[in-house]
Design a protein around this ligand. Sequence first.
Ligand SMILES: [Fe+2]
Ligand SMILES: [Fe+2]
Length: 277
Amino acid sequence: MDDRCTAGDSGARQRPRRLPTLEVATSQLMVYLRDPEVSDQRVLSLLQLDVALSSTVLAVANSPFYGLPRRVDSLHQALRILGFEALRNLIYAATIQRLFRQGRICPGFDAKCLWYHASTTGAAARRLALHVGGLDPQQAFLAGLLHDIGHIVEIQMDRDAYCSVLEQRDEAWLPAEVEAFGQDHAALGAEALRLWRFPDWSVELVAGHHAPVAATRPDAALLRVCQLADSLSGSLPGSFERDLAPEALGACAAALGIAESRLDTLRAQVLLECPPI
Ligand SMILES: [Fe+2]
Ligand SMILES: [Fe+2]
C-alpha cells in the first residue's frame, strides 16, 4: 500500500507527517474486501494466512458486546452462520481492534482507555440500532468501534504532539488537534480509513462524527446512533470523553427521541457487557 503525506495548513509548527499504513497482508485483504467480484472462499483463504488477524476476528465475534446468540469456533463457521457481509464487517472490526494496541501513551494515559471507549461505543451503537430499528446492528457496532480511529492515527503520527493535546478537554479538544496536526481526529481518521480502503460509508461517518447531522444525509440515522453511543460511552467510568461536548448526550438523545430513562437502562446493559478496565 502506498504511503500518503499529510501536512497541516494552520500554523508554522506543522511539518509533513505520514499516515500510518496497515500490514502488507492486511492491506491485500482490504483490496479483496472491496472487490465485488471476489468470492467468499478467496477472502477466507487469504484471511486464514494471517493467523493473528483470524484469531482476532473470532475474538471479536465471540465478545459479549458483539451480541451473537451463539459461540463461533472457526472462520468457516462464522461464514456459514453469519454470511459474507457480516464476516466482512468482522474483519474490519478485527483490523481496528489490532490498531488500538498502543500501550501507555504518556504518564497517566493508556490506549486501553481509547479501546474501552471504542468497544463500549460499539456495544451501545449496536443496542441503539436495535432500539431505533431500520439499521444493521453489526454495522452500527463497527461504526462505534472505529469512530475515533483518528486518535490512534495521531498517536502513530506523533505521540508527543498527541500528549500535548491530552491536556485539553471538551470544546478545546478539536482546535488543539488542528493546531498540533493540521486536522482534527475526525478528518485524519477518515483520511486513514480511505487510505486503508475501508468502506466509503465508514469514511463519511468518521469524518462527520463531531459535526451536526444534516437530516438530508443518507446515513443520518446511523450517524446519530453513533454520536449518541459516543456520548453515552463517554459517561462510563474509565472511558475516553475528552473530545466530547458535555451537553452532547442530551442533545443526541433528543434528536433520536430517546428518553433519559432508556439511556440509564442502556448504560447499565453496556456496563454489564463491558466492565470497566
Ligand atoms: Fe471523536
Ligand atoms: Fe468518541
